[in-house]
Design a protein around this ligand. Structure first.
Ligand code: GDP
Ligand code: MG
Length: 177
C-alpha cells in the first residue's frame, strides 16, 4: 500500500538466480502479484518487483530482482548482485542439470554477493512428482553442507512460495536489525 511506502522501516534488495526455465519469474510473479504463466516468456534485461511485508512491528519493502533471461554464467553483471542481502537459488526438481549447476551459481553468488548474504536453495516444480529427477533429500543435504536454507516449492500450485520469500526476508531482518 502507499501508506507502507511512506512509512517503510527497511528496504531490502534480494535476487533470484538459477538456470533458465526453473521457474524464477513465476515464483516472483506469484509472490508479488499472485499470478502464474503457463508459457515461458523470457523477458529482456533486468526486472524487479516490490512487496511490502510486515515482520514483527517493522514494515519492510522487499525489492526482488529477476535475471530475465540472461542466466548464462558470468552474463549477469555485478550490478545485479550489488547490495543484495538475500538470494533464492532456484533449480527444477524435474531437471537434474539445473541441480548440478547450483554449485556454480553458488560460486557466483559468493563472489559477487555480500559476505552474510542469506541464500535459500529452492527446488521448484514440486507439483511434477511423476517426473522428479532430484530427491528432496538431495537438496536438503546439499543445503546443509553449504549452510543454506532449503525449501521445495511449486509456483504453479502456489505451494511454499509465500513461505520461501518470507523465510528469506525474515532472516535478512534478523541479520541486519
Ligand atoms: P525462469 O526462466 O527461471 O524465469 O522460469 P519461468 O518462470 O519462465 O518458468 C519456466 C517454465 O516452467 C514455464 O513454462 C512455467 O510455466 C513453468 N513453471 C514454473 N514454475 C512451475 C511450477 O512450479 N510447476 C510447473 N509444473 N511448472 C512451472
Ligand atoms: Mg525468467
Amino acid at each position: 500500500d502507499a501508506m507502507y511506502d511512506e512509512e517503510c522501516d527497511y528496504l531490502f534488495k534480494a535476487v533470484l538466480t538459477g538456470d533458465s526455465g526453473v521457474g524464477k519469474s513465476n515464483l516472483l510473479s506469484r509472490f508479488a502479484k499472485d499470478e502464474f504463466r503457463l508459457d515461458s516468456k523470457p523477458t529482456i534485461g533486468v526486472e524487479f518487483a516490490y512487496r511490502n511485508i510486515r515482520v514483527r512491528d517493522k514494515f519492510i519493502k522487499a525489492q526482488i530482482w529477476d535475471t530475465a533471461g540472461q542466466e548464462r554464467f558470468k552474463a549477469i553483471t555485478s550490478s545485479y548482485y550489488r547490495g543484495a542481502l538475500g538470494a533464492l537459488l532456484v533449480y527444477d526438481i524435474t531437471r537434474r542439470s539445473s541441480f548440478e549447476n547450483v554449485r556454480a551459481w553458488l560460486v557466483e553468488l559468493r563472489e559477487f554477493g555480500g559476505e552474510d548474504m542469506v541464500v535459500i536453495l529452492v527446488g521448484n516444480k514440486s507439483d511434477l512428482v511423476e517426473s522428479r529427477e532430484v530427491e528432496e533429500k538431495e537438496g536438503k543435504e546439499f543445503a546443509e553442507k553449504e549452510g543454506l536454507c532449503f525449501m521445495e516449492t511449486s509456483a504453479l500450485k502456489n505451494l511454499n512460495v509465500e513461505q520461501v520469500f518470507l523465510q528469506m526476508i525474515t532472516k535478512i531482518f534478523e541479520i541486519t536489525s
